[in-house]
Design a protein around this ligand. Structure first.
Ligand SMILES: *Cc1c(COP(=O)(O)O)cnc(C)c1O
Length: 203
């Protein structure tokens, strides 16, 4: 098994817990909303941490997202990808992103449909100031995490399909999936990044 990155999702906790978790050596932290995240990112400077944006991003918050986060997991439209690309050019950086896929088809979830993603990939691959490193998904919540296995397996298969197609500018190495309830199953199905909140901070 290759290395798994544990992202501690700190959206429900404050600086004291962030200090504590980072002192344990967990230096990948995830937030889902820009404004509360910025307060923490700007106040927490004692360790060099990697900040992950895991929640839906509106185009009017793209400037802050590009400035303060190292990895955006939640790119869910071509429009958003173009806005991030333009902003990254302005800030003279290459922004690393993941493409969010709504593979389970839940209407409450953001993300490309698998078919929509396949159609959009050539355009996404042409954006020069973003580096598309992989896919992300949120599985539906099930009491039995085994029920989520087909969702995770579908993501791995989608990654393999895209890799086989060799779209210029697209190289999928990361697969961000699995939360407190289902990360073991996600890892078995090929997750490289798991996003864990409540299991770490038990709230
Ligand atoms: C809150 C959140 C998580 C963590 O969920 P837990 O069930 O608390 O582990 C993971 N991913 C996203 C996108 C989230 O918003």
């Amino acid at each position: 098994m290759s290395e798994i990155t544990l992202i501690a999702v700190t959206k429900t906790v404050g600086l004291a817990e962030i200090e504590k978790i980072s002192s344990l050596g967990i230096l990948d932290l995830g937030e889902n909303r820009i404004q509360p995240a910025l307060d923490k990112i700007c106040s927490f400077t004692s360790s060099p941490v990697t900040w992950h944006l895991i929640g839906h991003l509106q185009t009017n918050k793209v400037r802050q997202a590009v400035q303060y986060f190292q990895l955006i997991h939640s790119v869910d439209s071509l429009k958003l990808a173009k806005a991030i690309d333009a902003e990254a050019e302005k800030q003279h950086k290459k922004m690393t992103v993941l493409l969010q896929v709504n593979i389970s088809g839940e209407i409450t979830k953001h993300g490309f449909t698998p078919e929509g993603l396949m159609q959009t990939l050539p355009d996404l691959g042409r954006l020069k100031n973003i580096e598309i490193k992989g896919l992300m998904t949120m599985a539906p919540h099930y009491d039995d995490p085994e029920t989520a296995r087909p969702v995770f397996r579908g993501m791995r298969e989608l990654t393999m399909t895209i890799t086989r197609d060799m779209v210029p500018g697209i190289s999928l190495q990361y697969l961000s999936m699995g939360m407190s309830n289902d990360f073991e199953v996600a890892i078995e199905e090929g997750a490289t990044h798991i996003r864990v909140g409540s299991a770490l901070f038990n709230d």
